[in-house]
Design a protein around this ligand. Sequence first.
Ligand code: NDP
Length: 522
Amino acid sequence: MSSLPPFANEPVLELRRAPVRAQLQDAHGRLSRTLPLHVPVMIGAGERIGEQLHSTDPGDPDNVVAVAALATDSEVSAAVEEAERGFRSWRARSAEDRAGALIRAAAWLRERRLEIAALEVRECAKPWPEADADVCEAIDFLEYYARGAIELDAGPPLLQVPGERNDMRYGPRGVVAVVAPWNFPLAIPCGMTSAALATGNAVVLKPAEQSPGCALMLIQALRAGGVPGSAISLLPGEGDVGAALVAHPGVHTIAFTGSMPVGVAIARAAAEIAPGQRHLKRVVSELGGKNCVIVDSDADLDEAVPGIVSSAFVYAGQKCSAAARVLVHEAIADQLIERVAGAVSVLVVGQADQLGTDVPPVIEQSAKERVDRYAAIARESGRIVARVDDVPANGWFCPPTVAADLPPDSPVLNEEIFGPLLAIDRVKNVEHACDIVDALPFALTGGLFARDPATVRYVRERSPVGNLYVNRGITGAMVGRQPFGGNRLSGTGAKAGGPDYLRQFVEPHVVTENTMRHGLVV
Ligand code: NDP
């Protein structure tokens, strides 16, 4: 058993306290003097600086936050070969030893949490509370998987009979390709990477092109904690680098978080067996969603309205778990629409570093164009019930918008938009709402506001989603409390931050020994 104290979530900052806010401003100032960060390709002990990839501030796109090298095809191969070598020594270390490195990496992040949160504010326009929560979640993943890996390493109890000893152990699978998105720029790559490392695999990380600076913080933390360079390499780059990495025959497991189309392409590529390849690749994927909140006629609207508005608009709707659709009982639809519209119309759209900001800019120009396109469809085919037009001119700001009365086949109702645009539908009853949810290809998160326990049971039984939230907002899953991940085309159901997750990164071995002695060898 582990000698570590029991896992507890890292406490978030108390931003209501003036001294805490002042510390953040200081950290922001210190960080600003170090920008732009330089992010090299890092393979084993080697580093190659380059300047091909620029990540910029979404609220001030002329401001370059990080300058990164673009990994080449030959660097992808070199990183996988280095990981193959690193795997042999990293797997040979004990689970406790590996856990120790992750715990020290968590301590490294903890010591620098303000500066790293400030980097997220600049590089990804995460508002302060979201940026701080992301750093805390990264620390949680390191601490949680470190403990989980020690437990897993002991193996499960098996039935033993006289004359026989049965033993089951989980061993690492080999080289893990981690391909990450930008919207939780530290926590998501950290979760996938730390789970792989804790269980003895070697990792090659391809971060999102929008957040190489945050990925560098992760690599520095892990290496400072004692993970050898050969077990963790960094390949900054665009989608083609990710594609080359997942296709490499030396990769055993692919841990991917990102959009559904890319996840599907990766699943297809992973199914190919290259000449000489002696293993099936395993794909662990966490994909997009079209998350619905059902509001029954008896719901407490004082609870439902803020729950819906924060789930839809915090971080400009750019969370995979964000609310995209509300399915409200027709008996209270007008009332709910009026109240949601009222709450949205007073949202403050502004820069991520302003503590009063409710809705920051979206990540990049193409994201703004995508959201604007869906908003135009909503305007033409439905009714806009709220829209905040007072948005800063510079930066990729989208007006928070609520649409209603859209036709059932509208793309606004059926596709992932990933921005501050919420659609409200009227439904005849909760059964009707469940039919709509059931017809969607996504099944990531969902919500229900209702008072009757029978309704809660009914929706729970019928809901295909990975995470259903009742009478609360539908974002903000906590490590160890809400194992997170979707079903159907939202992912492989791996449940990050939960007890099943580490098993994706290991393979089981059973040894059965005959213990009947037929004479003694002396
Ligand atoms: P993308 O799918 O566009 O990109 C994710 C990662 O995949 C990036 O590193 C990207 O590189 C890389 N990539 C792109 N094309 C390929 C390819 N053909 N082969 C291999 N890798 C590739 O997602 P976003 O970064 O835009 O993230 C937003 C999406 O992620 C949303 O759909 C959201 O719902 C989902 N998501 C899901 C979560 C979950 O837990 N279920 C959590 C967070 C986000 P590059 O950046 O250079 O394009």
